[in-house]
Design a protein around this ligand. Structure first.
Ligand SMILES: [Zn+2]
Length: 403
């Protein structure tokens, strides 16, 4: 071992090699800092007087499968300028850490291919230490998410866990990256985001979201220049809920014979017709349920037509299509369809904005599934900050999702 091997092999530079000890299968390097290189950690002045030392040991890269540590008496110095006594900085380790920078870099490299547990086992350290290394790296990169270049956003809330807990997530549609995670749902969850967005002076052009009044109010107030695009999956989902309600009402008033047909038809009604299973006689069963009841059939075919709205070639055609759909729903005489038509009319501008921006909250779906996977890992609730940092890093394939 030599001073130069310490530098080239372990990234330790500016220290003198003293000796090596082999204890219990572990390699221990003792090093020292030359007197002339002592500096005040506050002002970097060399006019310092040595006032004792603290012996510190740092984990560093392994040699083969052998654990390696570096021990250094870290000097305490009194600065003649600042007039305080402090421990000098250690060049090869971050403040208060018990491992070297090269050890952290190596662990981060392994984390790209392995879970936290795997890396901890491989390096012979605790799970917490590797998690700390990853967390510090995530903090460095995601503590401040740059928002200046944001143009198109998607906002949605997701429920996670079994305790009715919600997160509100904002996605940069251009990069596919999460730029904000808020606790809870509704407009309150977004407040810290608006604050940061204002500071960044980003020029937001369009926001994809569902038709919830809270989001509409928040975006209209906070981003008066942005266009709202109502997400088409949310709209169809909302219509499906109405369709289910209608079926339930009809079921309630049906005769026993009718009930037999209606029973189990809920999924058939909600399913996209192209996905019906012929082998299980699903198209036929759907047809029977529809034949039984005219309002149900009307609602069902209106649903299929509604989905077609987003297949229209351009804004102008889509506007005509939407107007005619609403007219038919209103003319149906079925109360919940009439209500739905008036909802769509009220939100028409935002619905048709799809044809100007072609965005949706769809890309958030995938992200939300990944967040739920993350949350199922035990650390989801134990360390909230780490959990959120991992969400900000989801668009990267930098780390294994499972920790
Ligand atoms: Zn000083």
């Amino acid at each position: 071992m030599s001073t130069s091997l310490l530098y080239h092999g372990f990234g330790v530079r500016g220290y003198r090699y003293v000796r090596t000890a082999y204890v219990a299968g572990e390699v221990r390097f003792l090093i020292e800092q030359p007197r002339e290189s002592l500096r005040c950690p506050l002002c970097d002045s060399a006019k310092v007087v040595r006032r004792g030392e603290e012996w510190r040991t740092f984990r560093t890269l392994t040699i083969g499968s052998k654990r390696v540590t570096i021990t250094l008496p870290v000097a305490r110095v009194e600065c003649t300028i600042c007039q305080v006594v402090r421990q000098v900085s250690v060049a090869f380790a971050d403040p208060r850490r018990t491992y070297t920078k090269s050890f952290a870099r190596y662990a981060l490299e392994l984390l790209r291919h392995m879970t936290i547990r795997d890396v901890a086992d491989h390096l012979g350290v605790g799970w917490d230490l590797i998690k700390e290394i990853q967390k510090a790296d995530l903090q460095r990169r995601f503590k401040k998410v740059p928002l200046k270049k944001l143009r198109q956003l998607a906002i949605d809330e997701i429920s996670i866990g079994k305790h009715g807990r919600y997160l509100t997530v904002v996605l940069d549609l251009k990069r596919g990256a999460v730029v904000f995670v808020g606790d809870g749902k509704g407009s309150q969850a977004l407040e810290p985001f608006w604050k940061r967005l204002r500071c960044s002076r980003a020029k937001i052009k369009a926001v994809a979201m569902d038709m919830s009044a809270a989001y509409i109010k928040a975006v209209t107030e906070q981003l008066p220049k942005a266009q709202i695009v109502f997400d088409h999956f949310h709209i169809v989902k909302l219509f499906n809920e109405k369709l289910s309600n209608l079926r339930r009402e009809l079921y309630h008033d049906a005769t026993d014979k009718q009930k037999t047909v209606l029973k189990g038809s809920r999924w058939l009604l909600l399913m996209n017709p192209e996905n019906l299973d012929r082998q299980r006689n699903e198209p036929k069963r759907l047809e029977e349920a529809l034949k039984l009841n005219a309002p149900l059939a009307t609602a069902y075919y209106l649903k299929e037509d509604l989905r077609e709205l987003w297949q229209q070639p351009d804004w102008r055609t889509a506007r005509k299509y939407l107007t005619s759909w609403c007219a038919r729903a209103t003319a149906s005489g079925i109360r919940i369809l009439q209500q739905f038509a008036s909802t769509l009319k009220r939100h028409a501008a935002g619905i048709l904005n799809y044809f100007k921006f072609r965005i949706s909250t769809g890309p958030l779906e995938g992200t939300n599934n990944k967040i739920r996977t993350l949350q199922r890992q035990a650390y989801g609730f134990r360390d909230q900050e780490f959990f959120k940092l991992k969400i900000y890093a989801l668009h990267e394939t930098r780390y294994e999702l499972v920790g």
